[in-house]
Design a protein around this ligand. Structure first.
Ligand SMILES: [Zn+2]
Length: 480
């Protein structure tokens, strides 16, 4: 069975990391064999999935008043350098252009490591008065970071190929706070649509993005039990305004600093989709982002080729006319080969048409999420397929949530955290004091992922360290 081997994967539970790499390659998402470490080639199928993910993001950005822009991918050191004053160690992860053609560059240029500096330099010329605010823009561009830790496709890369970064500018700090809450709502809806469970936390003061007032991070839990950061929403207050001279003339005739925020997601969103929904047979794509939602597989036997093929063609064109993304696999491959292939690619629904189906006026539908089969009469085909795709989405969501819940636990003492943290992400009551937070981190050996602010207020919970009133629910555990 050579075809079986071509589609075979290491079981996900046995070795998640190997399963992930094999799936990316065999399902034709990425080719890792690019001669620059930490950078990957996106294959047509992977690109199509990613495009659909970014389409959801763009829809959410546009409907909340953000407009797309493009800023160049290189930034002079003199501009970026101002940012270094408060982002320590950042310089070491920048790709520098030192040559221009055959000559030495008069000034080093950085390949876009992040866009704050690039944008703020220009925006200080756009923003003059209160009437120019608020301003909400975003771009989807690659960013470059010289990661020194072990690189992993989509998860820890040196070229983030799909970085969606939003940048917003506001007259007051309160408006920036509102914007951050909006950013969190956008990311919630985004990951809800990808059927990915997540945790939204505020990061501790000692782990906050350098220079930011505060930030929220979204995390999910990967199949190896480690947390993966999926997105970040940052309130800079007027920090960048002071660095990049971003000022506006207010109504009262005085000059004030602009308040700014930024928020970003990347192809880690697809990494989460693949890792969390995938199984030992390969991808299981949510119908909304699947390039092919339904694959029609004719199963002719001798003497029935004509009627089977025309029944399969009819089913395929009916579904296609109804707006589903359909593929009719009428290649010469054997049906078993086709099953493996489309399962590996995560197509949510397979429609089988054999001689019995062709004569009986029905098709057999097989769900990718749970493998269940049902006979669907031809006259109900389009309506039932619509329902099935919704059921598949909800099946994937339920399974993902069950996994997520099996990986979290709550503790009420440090000792309990130490026991549970071995294979879970653990929550505990925290008073909010830095000294208590550090104490837990030192004892447990991991950093606090973040905390849900005032989530336990009024509950009578007491801090696992000092025993004092604990309004916050903090989270700790292994992370990428
Ligand atoms: Zn405490």
């Amino acid at each position: 069975m050579s075809h079986k081997k071509a589609f075979e994967l290491t079981p996900k539970e046995e070795n998640f990391s190997q399963w992930f790499d094999e799936t990316l390659f065999k399902a034709e998402i990425l080719d890792e064999r690019y001669p620059v470490k930490g950078m990957y080639v996106w294959l047509p199928y992977g690109y199509e999935v990613m495009e659909r993910i970014m389409d959801i993001m763009e829809e959410l950005m546009r409907k909340t008043g953000h407009r797309r822009v493009y800023f160049p991918g290189v930034v002079p050191e003199s501009v970026l350098g101002r940012e270094f004053r408060f982002i320590k160690g950042f310089e070491g992860s920048v790709y520098w252009i030192t040559m221009l053609g055959r000559g030495q560059a008069p000034e080093r240029l950085a390949l876009r490591p992040t866009s704050e500096a690039i944008m703020y330099e220009v925006l200080s010329r756009w923003i003059k008065s209160y009437s120019d605010l608020p301003l909400r823009i975003y771009q989807i561009v690659p960013v470059y970071r010289f990661e020194t830790k072990a690189t992993r496709p989509m998860i820890r890369v040196r070229e983030i190929a799909f970085f969606k970064e939003g940048h917003t500018f506001h007259a007051t700090y309160e408006e920036a706070v509102e914007q951050v809450n909006l950013g969190v709502r956008i990311y919630r809806e985004f990951y809800d649509r990808l059927l990915i469970p997540y945790l939204v936390v505020k990061t501790t003061s000692w782990d906050t993005f350098p220079g930011a007032r505060y930030n929220y991070d979204l995390f999910t839990i990967m199949p190896d039990g480690k947390c993966l950061e999926l997105g970040s929403v940052i309130n800079f207050g007027d920090l960048f305004a002071r660095t990049y001279n971003l000022k506006y003339m207010d109504r009262d005739g005085t000059e004030k600093n602009v308040n700014t925020t930024s928020f970003g997601v990347s192809e880690r969103s697809l990494a989460a989709v693949i890792a969390i929904h995938g199984d030992d047979r390969g991808l299981r794509l949510p119908p909304e982002i699947a390039p092919i939602q339904v694959v029609v597989v004719p199963i002719p036997i001798k003497g029935s080729v004509g009627e089977v093929m025309s029944a399969a063609e009819r089913a395929s064109s009916l579904l296609s006319e109804a707006g589903f993304r359909v593929e009719l696999d009428d290649s010469d491959d054997r049906p078993g080969y086709k099953f493996y292939k489309w399962e590996l690619k995560g197509v949510p629904l397979r429609i089988e048409v054999g001689p019995k189906e062709a004569r009986g006026g029905y098709v057999t539908a097989v769900r990718r999420d749970d493998g269940s089969r049902e006979e669907v009469p031809n006259e109900k085909l389009t309506a039932r397929v619509g329902e099935l795709l919704e059921e598949i989405a909800s099946g994937l969501r339920t399974q993902a949530l069950e996994y997520f819940e099996s990986r979290v636990a709550s503790a009420s003492s440090i000792q309990e955290i130490e026991e549970l943290v071995r294979d879970k992400i653990v929550s505990f009551p925290w008073c909010g004091r830095e000294s208590c937070g550090h104490r837990v981190e030192d004892r447990v050996g991991y950093s606090i992922i973040g905390y849900e602010e005032n989530e336990l207020a009024g509950s009578g919970a007491s801090c696992v360290v000092c025993g004092g009133d604990a309004p916050h629910r903090a989270w700790i555990g292994r992370k990428y």
